[in-house]
Ligand binder design. Sequence first.
Ligand SMILES: NC(=O)c1ccc[n+]([C@@H]2O[C@H](COP(=O)([O-])OP(=O)(O)OC[C@H]3O[C@@H](n4cnc5c(N)ncnc54)[C@H](O)[C@@H]3O)[C@@H](O)[C@H]2O)c1
Length: 252
Amino acid sequence: MTTSPFDLTGKLAVVTGAGRGLGQGVALGLANAGADLVLVGLPDSQTETEKMVRDLGRDVEVLDLDVSDHEAVAALGQQVSSDHQVDILVNNAGIIDRHDTVDVTPESWNTVLDINLSGLFFLTQHVGRPMVERGHGKIVSIASLLAFQGGIRVVSYTASKHGVAGITKALANEWGPSGVQVNAIAPGYMATDNTTALREDPERSRSILDRIPAGRWGTPEDIAGAAVFLSSSAADYVNGHVLVVDGGWMAR
Ligand SMILES: NC(=O)c1ccc[n+]([C@@H]2O[C@H](COP(=O)([O-])OP(=O)(O)OC[C@H]3O[C@@H](n4cnc5c(N)ncnc54)[C@H](O)[C@@H]3O)[C@@H](O)[C@H]2O)c1
Protein backbone atom coordinates (compact mmCIF):
# COMPACT_ATOMS: atom_id res chain seq x y z
CA MET A 1 0.00 0.00 0.00
CA THR A 2 1.44 3.43 -0.88
CA THR A 3 1.18 6.20 1.65
CA SER A 4 -0.21 9.55 0.56
CA PRO A 5 2.46 12.27 0.51
CA PHE A 6 -0.04 14.40 2.43
CA ASP A 7 -0.33 11.85 5.26
CA LEU A 8 0.85 13.25 8.61
CA THR A 9 0.35 10.10 10.69
CA GLY A 10 2.94 9.93 13.46
CA LYS A 11 3.99 13.57 13.03
CA LEU A 12 3.89 16.03 15.91
CA ALA A 13 2.73 19.55 15.10
CA VAL A 14 2.95 22.64 17.31
CA VAL A 15 0.34 25.29 16.43
CA THR A 16 0.18 28.71 18.08
CA GLY A 17 -3.10 30.54 18.75
CA ALA A 18 -5.11 27.43 17.90
CA GLY A 19 -8.12 28.23 20.09
CA ARG A 20 -10.24 29.85 17.41
CA GLY A 21 -10.26 31.20 13.87
CA LEU A 22 -7.59 30.16 11.41
CA GLY A 23 -5.44 28.46 14.07
CA GLN A 24 -8.31 26.15 14.94
CA GLY A 25 -8.86 25.41 11.24
CA VAL A 26 -5.17 24.57 10.82
CA ALA A 27 -5.05 22.40 13.96
CA LEU A 28 -8.09 20.39 12.84
CA GLY A 29 -6.73 20.09 9.29
CA LEU A 30 -3.42 18.70 10.57
CA ALA A 31 -5.23 16.37 12.99
CA ASN A 32 -7.48 15.13 10.18
CA ALA A 33 -4.34 14.38 8.16
CA GLY A 34 -3.03 12.26 11.05
CA ALA A 35 -0.85 14.58 13.14
CA ASP A 36 -0.75 14.76 16.92
CA LEU A 37 -0.91 18.30 18.28
CA VAL A 38 0.63 20.61 20.82
CA LEU A 39 -1.59 23.69 21.05
CA VAL A 40 0.25 26.78 22.25
CA GLY A 41 -1.67 29.89 23.24
CA LEU A 42 -3.12 32.22 25.81
CA PRO A 43 -4.39 30.58 29.03
CA ASP A 44 -7.87 29.01 28.86
CA SER A 45 -8.23 29.83 25.16
CA GLN A 46 -7.81 26.42 23.58
CA THR A 47 -10.17 24.05 25.39
CA GLU A 48 -12.61 23.75 22.48
CA THR A 49 -9.88 22.93 19.97
CA GLU A 50 -8.30 20.48 22.40
CA LYS A 51 -11.59 18.56 22.60
CA MET A 52 -12.11 18.65 18.83
CA VAL A 53 -8.61 17.26 18.19
CA ARG A 54 -9.10 14.56 20.82
CA ASP A 55 -12.45 13.63 19.24
CA LEU A 56 -10.54 13.02 16.00
CA GLY A 57 -8.51 10.41 17.88
CA ARG A 58 -5.23 12.32 18.00
CA ASP A 59 -2.99 13.01 20.98
CA VAL A 60 -3.19 16.61 22.07
CA GLU A 61 -1.40 18.70 24.68
CA VAL A 62 -2.15 22.31 25.59
CA LEU A 63 0.57 24.75 26.64
CA ASP A 64 0.01 28.31 27.85
CA LEU A 65 2.08 31.03 26.22
CA ASP A 66 1.90 34.72 25.45
CA VAL A 67 4.07 34.81 22.33
CA SER A 68 5.07 38.41 23.06
CA ASP A 69 6.87 37.26 26.23
CA HIS A 70 10.33 36.47 24.86
CA GLU A 71 11.60 34.69 27.97
CA ALA A 72 8.51 32.49 28.09
CA VAL A 73 8.87 31.81 24.35
CA ALA A 74 12.46 30.62 24.85
CA ALA A 75 11.50 28.42 27.81
CA LEU A 76 8.51 26.87 26.04
CA GLY A 77 10.40 26.39 22.78
CA GLN A 78 13.16 24.50 24.55
CA GLN A 79 10.72 22.53 26.71
CA VAL A 80 8.50 21.38 23.89
CA SER A 81 11.52 20.34 21.85
CA SER A 82 12.99 18.32 24.70
CA ASP A 83 9.63 16.64 25.50
CA HIS A 84 8.86 15.84 21.85
CA GLN A 85 10.37 15.48 18.44
CA VAL A 86 8.57 18.40 16.81
CA ASP A 87 8.07 17.77 13.08
CA ILE A 88 5.91 20.79 12.25
CA LEU A 89 5.61 24.31 13.66
CA VAL A 90 2.71 26.50 12.57
CA ASN A 91 3.11 30.13 13.64
CA ASN A 92 -0.47 31.34 13.59
CA ALA A 93 -0.96 33.61 16.63
CA GLY A 94 -1.41 37.20 15.58
CA ILE A 95 -3.31 40.41 16.23
CA ILE A 96 -4.35 43.48 14.25
CA ASP A 97 -4.73 47.04 15.55
CA ARG A 98 -6.59 49.47 13.29
CA HIS A 99 -5.60 53.16 13.47
CA ASP A 100 -4.85 56.03 11.16
CA THR A 101 -1.07 56.10 10.90
CA VAL A 102 -0.89 59.52 12.59
CA ASP A 103 -2.53 58.00 15.68
CA VAL A 104 -0.35 54.91 16.10
CA THR A 105 1.33 54.94 19.53
CA PRO A 106 4.63 53.27 20.40
CA GLU A 107 2.70 50.92 22.69
CA SER A 108 0.32 49.79 19.95
CA TRP A 109 3.17 49.45 17.43
CA ASN A 110 5.30 47.40 19.85
CA THR A 111 2.42 45.12 20.86
CA VAL A 112 1.64 44.18 17.26
CA LEU A 113 5.30 43.70 16.32
CA ASP A 114 6.06 41.75 19.52
CA ILE A 115 3.28 39.23 18.85
CA ASN A 116 3.21 39.01 15.06
CA LEU A 117 6.92 39.26 14.32
CA SER A 118 9.32 38.97 17.27
CA GLY A 119 7.36 36.23 19.05
CA LEU A 120 7.09 34.32 15.79
CA PHE A 121 10.81 34.69 15.14
CA PHE A 122 12.02 33.58 18.56
CA LEU A 123 9.63 30.61 18.77
CA THR A 124 10.82 29.56 15.31
CA GLN A 125 14.43 29.93 16.44
CA HIS A 126 13.96 27.69 19.49
CA VAL A 127 11.73 25.05 17.87
CA GLY A 128 13.70 25.17 14.61
CA ARG A 129 17.13 24.59 16.20
CA PRO A 130 16.58 20.86 16.90
CA MET A 131 14.94 20.47 13.47
CA VAL A 132 18.12 21.78 11.86
CA GLU A 133 20.26 19.48 14.03
CA ARG A 134 18.06 16.49 13.17
CA GLY A 135 17.95 17.33 9.45
CA HIS A 136 14.21 17.64 8.87
CA GLY A 137 11.21 19.73 9.81
CA LYS A 138 8.49 21.99 8.44
CA ILE A 139 7.79 25.54 9.52
CA VAL A 140 4.64 27.26 8.28
CA SER A 141 3.86 30.84 9.28
CA ILE A 142 0.54 32.57 8.75
CA ALA A 143 1.36 35.79 6.93
CA SER A 144 -1.31 37.85 5.12
CA LEU A 145 -2.04 39.56 1.83
CA LEU A 146 -0.49 42.49 3.69
CA ALA A 147 2.84 40.74 3.18
CA PHE A 148 2.39 42.01 -0.42
CA GLN A 149 0.03 44.97 -0.14
CA GLY A 150 -0.17 48.05 2.07
CA GLY A 151 -3.64 47.68 3.56
CA ILE A 152 -5.67 50.51 5.05
CA ARG A 153 -5.18 51.87 8.61
CA VAL A 154 -3.11 48.85 9.71
CA VAL A 155 0.50 49.97 9.22
CA SER A 156 1.93 47.99 12.16
CA TYR A 157 0.19 44.83 10.95
CA THR A 158 1.45 45.41 7.40
CA ALA A 159 5.01 45.91 8.68
CA SER A 160 4.76 42.74 10.75
CA LYS A 161 3.44 40.61 7.89
CA HIS A 162 6.03 41.91 5.40
CA GLY A 163 8.50 40.89 8.13
CA VAL A 164 7.00 37.40 8.33
CA ALA A 165 7.52 36.99 4.58
CA GLY A 166 11.12 38.18 5.01
CA ILE A 167 11.82 35.78 7.87
CA THR A 168 10.30 32.96 5.80
CA LYS A 169 12.68 33.60 2.90
CA ALA A 170 15.74 34.23 5.09
CA LEU A 171 15.25 31.00 7.04
CA ALA A 172 14.49 29.01 3.89
CA ASN A 173 17.93 30.06 2.61
CA GLU A 174 19.65 29.28 5.88
CA TRP A 175 17.88 26.08 6.89
CA GLY A 176 17.03 24.58 3.47
CA PRO A 177 20.43 22.86 3.25
CA SER A 178 19.64 21.16 6.59
CA GLY A 179 16.37 19.68 5.29
CA VAL A 180 14.05 22.15 7.01
CA GLN A 181 11.46 23.84 4.80
CA VAL A 182 10.20 27.26 5.86
CA ASN A 183 7.08 28.55 4.12
CA ALA A 184 4.12 30.81 4.80
CA ILE A 185 0.45 31.08 3.96
CA ALA A 186 -1.07 34.42 3.03
CA PRO A 187 -4.78 34.15 3.78
CA GLY A 188 -7.09 36.59 2.07
CA TYR A 189 -10.15 38.04 3.79
CA MET A 190 -11.33 35.39 6.23
CA ALA A 191 -14.37 35.48 8.52
CA THR A 192 -12.70 35.46 11.96
CA ASP A 193 -12.38 37.86 14.90
CA ASN A 194 -9.50 39.53 13.03
CA THR A 195 -11.91 40.93 10.42
CA THR A 196 -15.04 41.64 12.52
CA ALA A 197 -14.65 45.43 12.10
CA LEU A 198 -14.46 45.09 8.30
CA ARG A 199 -17.43 42.76 8.06
CA GLU A 200 -19.50 45.06 10.29
CA ASP A 201 -18.79 48.05 8.02
CA PRO A 202 -21.27 47.64 5.13
CA GLU A 203 -19.23 49.75 2.69
CA ARG A 204 -15.88 48.08 3.39
CA SER A 205 -17.50 44.68 3.42
CA ARG A 206 -19.13 45.24 0.01
CA SER A 207 -15.97 46.65 -1.57
CA ILE A 208 -13.96 43.69 -0.27
CA LEU A 209 -16.47 41.13 -1.48
CA ASP A 210 -16.69 42.85 -4.89
CA ARG A 211 -12.99 42.10 -5.43
CA ILE A 212 -13.04 38.44 -4.38
CA PRO A 213 -13.70 36.20 -7.39
CA ALA A 214 -14.96 33.47 -5.03
CA GLY A 215 -17.67 35.94 -3.95
CA ARG A 216 -17.41 35.15 -0.24
CA TRP A 217 -15.22 35.58 2.82
CA GLY A 218 -12.84 32.70 3.50
CA THR A 219 -13.24 30.29 6.39
CA PRO A 220 -10.77 28.57 8.72
CA GLU A 221 -11.37 25.35 6.75
CA ASP A 222 -10.18 27.12 3.60
CA ILE A 223 -6.58 27.31 4.80
CA ALA A 224 -6.40 23.81 6.28
CA GLY A 225 -5.45 22.21 2.94
CA ALA A 226 -2.58 24.64 2.35
CA ALA A 227 -1.33 24.04 5.89
CA VAL A 228 -1.44 20.26 5.44
CA PHE A 229 0.36 20.54 2.09
CA LEU A 230 3.17 22.73 3.41
CA SER A 231 3.51 20.51 6.52
CA SER A 232 3.77 17.30 4.50
CA SER A 233 6.37 15.51 2.41
CA ALA A 234 4.37 16.63 -0.65
CA ALA A 235 6.08 19.99 -0.08
CA ASP A 236 9.64 18.71 0.43
CA TYR A 237 10.84 20.78 -2.56
CA VAL A 238 8.81 23.88 -1.66
CA ASN A 239 10.88 26.34 0.36
CA GLY A 240 10.69 30.07 1.05
CA HIS A 241 7.25 30.34 -0.55
CA VAL A 242 4.33 32.50 0.58
CA LEU A 243 1.22 30.66 -0.61
CA VAL A 244 -1.78 32.91 -1.20
CA VAL A 245 -5.18 31.44 -0.20
CA ASP A 246 -7.53 34.29 -1.00
CA GLY A 247 -10.44 33.20 -3.20
CA GLY A 248 -8.66 34.91 -6.09
CA TRP A 249 -8.25 38.43 -4.58
CA MET A 250 -4.65 38.85 -5.80
CA ALA A 251 -5.59 37.85 -9.35
CA ARG A 252 -7.90 40.81 -9.62
N1 LIG B 1 -8.80 36.66 9.33
C1 LIG B 1 -8.13 37.10 8.30
O1 LIG B 1 -8.72 37.63 7.34
C2 LIG B 1 -6.64 36.96 8.24
C3 LIG B 1 -6.03 37.27 7.02
C4 LIG B 1 -4.65 37.15 6.92
C5 LIG B 1 -3.92 36.69 7.99
N2 LIG B 1 -4.53 36.39 9.15
C6 LIG B 1 -3.67 35.90 10.24
O2 LIG B 1 -4.14 34.66 10.70
C7 LIG B 1 -3.71 34.46 12.05
C8 LIG B 1 -4.90 34.04 12.89
O3 LIG B 1 -5.83 35.11 12.95
P1 LIG B 1 -7.41 34.88 12.93
O4 LIG B 1 -7.93 35.53 11.72
O5 LIG B 1 -7.75 33.46 13.19
O6 LIG B 1 -7.83 35.82 14.15
P2 LIG B 1 -8.30 35.49 15.64
O7 LIG B 1 -8.26 36.79 16.32
O8 LIG B 1 -9.56 34.72 15.61
O9 LIG B 1 -7.17 34.52 16.22
C9 LIG B 1 -5.93 34.97 16.71
C10 LIG B 1 -5.33 33.89 17.60
O10 LIG B 1 -4.07 34.37 18.11
C11 LIG B 1 -4.07 34.18 19.52
N3 LIG B 1 -3.24 35.19 20.16
C12 LIG B 1 -3.40 36.55 20.13
N4 LIG B 1 -2.45 37.14 20.87
C13 LIG B 1 -1.66 36.16 21.37
C14 LIG B 1 -0.52 36.13 22.20
N5 LIG B 1 0.01 37.27 22.69
N6 LIG B 1 0.04 34.94 22.52
C15 LIG B 1 -0.50 33.79 22.04
N7 LIG B 1 -1.58 33.74 21.24
C16 LIG B 1 -2.16 34.92 20.91
C17 LIG B 1 -5.54 34.32 19.95
O11 LIG B 1 -5.75 33.74 21.21
C18 LIG B 1 -6.22 33.57 18.80
O12 LIG B 1 -6.22 32.19 19.03
C19 LIG B 1 -3.09 35.80 12.49
O13 LIG B 1 -1.68 35.71 12.38
C20 LIG B 1 -3.65 36.77 11.49
O14 LIG B 1 -2.82 37.88 11.32
C21 LIG B 1 -5.88 36.50 9.31
